[in-house]
Design a protein around this ligand. Structure first.
Ligand SMILES: [Zn+2]
Length: 421
């Protein structure tokens, strides 16, 4: 029976298993627990029911390894609310204990890691709550932030990598409020939580080479630890516990952005690859979150030249007027720019909207562009790549009474919402 559960979990969490030791360890741990429960179930048929409703099983969830320091050769931190225990590599044996409020100083000296001045014969240190299974009260205070879970410190060459090992649901508590204002509508927050959970689990091997799953910046998702938690986010996490988005039975890449400006985009037009569930979705309002930019012509020409487009003095800029929901020769259906044509004294060039966004750090590719009085004027809308969930759009739908599951299905086409654990 436990094999069914094992296969179910693996089908979601370990499609290309083997590299994520942390997650594999969690799965093995879960299997061991499930196995022992299964053996008990042989004693009586009633305990089979217990198998499915066991608090142990219900409590299981994947753990994430979040990189919180990826540079430097030392780190100071303080355990609060509990006693920290140090063990080496994957060993269970506790090497040293540190009471609450004691500063722990870890530093590379010579070619060794030293803890509070004493050399430790290991490249991997694990700091955990002393007693496993006690109430989760221990926090780690470091670099002005506080973290749940446990810490893993790894020596990689001359660098100390500090990783926070944390159950997925706790990770979300410290993430969602950094990505969406906690005072937003509860349904928008729930939609963001499910997208963030799916994104984290789908991308959990993103930094496998560096020794952790996810970084704590916008590259993955901003993670601020305990200080970023908020009661409304906690509620949204609880209400959607374990829920993820799937397409054809697999976790989706639940990308999101700040504001689409009127209509989201399909992945082909941004990434150059077709992802079926990332398709254009209309917003309630159009031309939202307007922005303006004026680039002096000389600077514009110089940037073009730096990127290999030397066309002399600019004579004309060709781009059709912005219409959201109508595809044109130089615009996609969402109104985003396919390409702009620049005619200069020494030639002309057509540059894609995505390339222009990179070159001039534009908020989006949903814009008008004009040449006037020695400068290039750009009037745009929205913020971000325009793929998947639009956060301001989700907030607008939520305010109109739409529920989080419908919001998610609006932005991610033909997906299902599944309870993974
Ligand atoms: Zn990252």
């Amino acid at each position: 029976m436990y094999r069914i559960l094992q296969a179910y979990l693996r089908s979601f969490l370990a499609p290309d298993s083997g590299r994520n030791e942390n997650l594999q360890a969690r799965i093995s741990g879960a299997n061991a627990r499930v196995e022992s429960i299964f053996l008990c179930s042989l004693v009586s048929a009633v305990s089979l029911l217990v198998f499915f409703t066991s608090p142990l099983e219900a409590a299981w969830q994947p753990s994430l390894a979040v990189g919180i320091q990826t540079n430097g050769d030392s780190i100071d931190f303080v355990p609060t609310g509990g006693t920290a225990a140090l063990s080496l590599r994957d060993e269970k044996k506790v090497l040293l204990k540190y009471p609450a409020a004691q500063i722990i100083h870890v530093k590379i000296q010579g070619n060794e890691i030293c803890v509070n001045g004493k050399p430790v014969s290991s490249d991997v240190l694990n700091f955990k709550e002393e007693k496993e299974g006690v109430a989760d009260s221990l926090r780690w205070s470091l670099k002005g932030k506080s973290y749940r879970g446990s810490l893993r410190i790894t020596k990689q060459g001359a660098k100390l990598i500090v990783t926070n090992l944390i159950p997925t649901e706790d990770y979300l508590l410290g993430t969602v409020g950094e990505e969406m204002p906690p005072d937003w509508n509860a349904e928008a927050l729930k939609a963001q939580v499910v997208a963030a959970r799916t994104f984290a689990l789908k991308n959990r091997k993103r930094h496998a080479r560096e020794g952790y799953d996810l970084c704590n910046t916008t590259h993955c998702q901003v993670y601020g630890g305990v200080g970023a938690e908020h009661p409304s986010v906690e509620q949204a996490v609880k209400m959607t516990h374990g829920e993820v988005l799937t397409y054809q039975g697999k976790l989706i890449d639940a990308v999101f952005h700040t504001d689409s400006g009127g209509m989201t985009e399909n992945s082909q037009n941004i990434w150059g690859s077709d992802v079926a569930y990332l398709a254009p979705a209309k917003e309630i309002q159009q031309k939202t979150m307007p922005w303006n930019l004026s680039i002096p012509e000389a600077k514009f020409i110089a940037t073009l030249a730096k990127n290999g487009f030397s066309i002399g003095t600019l004579k004309r800029v060709e781009l059709s007027p912005l219409v959201i929901g109508k595809e044109g020769k130089d615009r996609f259906l969402s109104g985003r720019v396919k390409a702009v044509k620049f005619i200069g004294t020494k030639g002309s060039v057509s540059i894609s909207g995505n390339k222009l966004r990179d070159m001039f750090a534009l908020r989006s590719t949903l814009f008008e562009m004009h040449l006037s009085r020695g400068s290039i004027g750009v009037q745009g809308y929205g913020w971000g790549h325009g793929l998947g969930l639009s956060q301001w759009g989700a907030q607008a739908f939520a305010k109109q009474g739409m529920k989080y599951d419908d919001i998610l299905k609006h932005y991610y086409r033909n997906v299902a919402i599944k309870k993974l654990y």
